[in-house]
Design a protein around this ligand. Structure first.
Ligand SMILES: CC(C)(COP(=O)(O)OP(=O)(O)OC[C@H]1O[C@@H](n2cnc3c(N)ncnc32)[C@H](O)[C@@H]1OP(=O)(O)O)[C@@H](O)C(=O)NCCC(=O)NCCS
Length: 169
């Protein structure tokens, strides 16, 4: 199993979904419970289909990364997509569907996933990455992301963050 990131301290690794396809069912449950308006029974989203697309190796995007513990149990996930709120303004790769289940939060897994998503976007050849969020601003800012734009949604506003993936010399 190839690993995008390791954290020897707690044994967590971040791997591509295709290396742990058995995690799809668990991630579907997380998506349904975290974003019921989109992924719930009455929502327009289809979490299984979204994740299945990440397993199609003939396409660069979408990609799904999974944080797994030392017995390969999923403990968080993030995706890279070219469609996200705001992607009509800024085409390219977007960090989306960042999720750590409640009992595992506040221990650094979200930060590891953001870093892994950045590295994967860089590896895929993108020069910059965007993310729309109303909840993970500090996580992004701490990793050098900059507020780039805002997006009016119903209800409220979301913030669009951007990070350059080019090495500064
Ligand atoms: C946003 C989310 C992914 C963050 O995941 P997480 O694993 O809790 O993230 P981290 O642990 O890396 O960081 C969260 C906070 O814990 C702090 N933290 C990290 N390791 C820590 C540790 N060992 N001890 C104490 N605090 C710690 C971080 O500094 C961070 O602080 P902040 O909230 O001020 O930024 C998670 O809360 C989540 O899934 N939320 C619901 C879905 C969502 O909103 N997704 C984002 C959409 S863009």
């Amino acid at each position: 199993m190839s690993a995008f990131a390791t954290r020897p301290v707690d044994g967590l690794r971040i791997v591509a979904l295709e290396t742990v396809p058995e995690a799809v069912g668990q991630i579907v449950q997380w998506f349904e419970s975290e974003w019921p308006d989109w992924y719930g029974p009455d929502g327009p989203g289809n979490p299984a289909s979204d994740l299945q697309q990440c397993l199609d190796s003939s396409r660069i995007l979408p990609r799904c990364l999974v944080a797994v513990d030392n017995v390969s149990r999923p403990v968080g996930t993030v995706s890279l997509r070219d469609i996200s709120p705001g992607s009509d303004r800024y085409p390219g790769v977007w960090l989306t569907a960042l999720l750590v289940p409640q009992p595992r939060r506040q221990s650094g897994i979200g930060g590891m996933l953001v870093s892994a998503a950045e590295r994967e976007a860089d590896r895929l050849g993108f020069d910059e990455i965007h993310a729309t969020t109303g909840s993970a601003q500090s996580l992004l800012v701490r990793r050098g992301w900059k507020l780039h734009d805002t997006l009016k949604v119903d209800p409220g506003m979301l913030q669009i963050f951007r990070k350059s993936l080019k090495q500064s010399c």
